[in-house]
Ligand binder design. Sequence first.
Ligand code: PMV
Length: 314
Amino acid sequence: MNLPKKGIGESHGKIILLGEHSVVYGEPSIAIPFPAAKVTTTVTESNHNTRIDCDFYHGLLDDMPELLESLKETIRVCLTKLNQLNTPLHIEIDSHIPAERGMGSSAAVSVATTRALFNYFDQPLDKAELLKIVDISEKIAHGNPSGLDALMTSSPKPCYFIKGQDFQLLDMNLDSYLVVGDTGVTGQTKEAVESIASQLTQKNSEIVKKKISQLGELAKTGRFYLENNKGIELGKNMTAVHQLLSELDVSSPELNNLVQTALTNHALGAKLTGGGRGGCMIALAETPEIASTISQALLDAGAKKTWIYEMRGN
Ligand code: PMV
């Protein structure tokens, strides 16, 4: 008996440890996979037109709302490459990554869907091609993506990434715990990226450029701290990054509140993560007990959800 054909694709969320925003301008960044938040896309045959089922939409591909334009583009690009534009499919997306919280949800959905479509048609998909396809849809979602989200939502290992260069895998050697706190407020990556771009065209652009290069330096030294079990120093870098990102106007009162709460509760450092102006923050804790205390304090201070991530072994 022939079982119905099925294509499966998976991906996960990502957390930017250091280097968001400055990575857009060629500075280094460090990001880690966030396997607690996963996406699975399943592709099966459909009798009529191609149909999509995801949290935000249940209906035909052709009728998808503008909000989901980047996903529609991923599917269109894949089916064009696969020469299957007219094959009716049922595409189901099961995402556990909160949308627009700086965890790379749009890239992760695009990665899982691309993998599922290539898997369904039994076609090989190498990393370079996957990143190229996801980049096309990320341009719609973000305007000027660095490529970091596409890379990290498809990589099982932490990476050191400079735009336009080959990424380097990192061996994390750190006995610390990362607490992730979701403000519950939608992040505004596109607006934040555009705001920095616009600040760079104004009179004070030299000051903005200097902050961007300071963010790059903090990522460079942060890499050394991460690889050499220097949690205290890494924490200081994280807090310094938050300060610079606030000065660049990509933080928010909710993020600042949670960052301050974490610091008051003995975090080694804390910062926003991802595009900012909402979304998530991260805090570094020396022990699991301190991580739990920070997590509870964040929830008491208004965080909608928290996660604790052990850095060693990832
Ligand atoms: O908000 P997110 O998860 O999409 O992360 C954006 C990261 C930025 O550095 C702000 C933009 C980019 O393309 O790297």
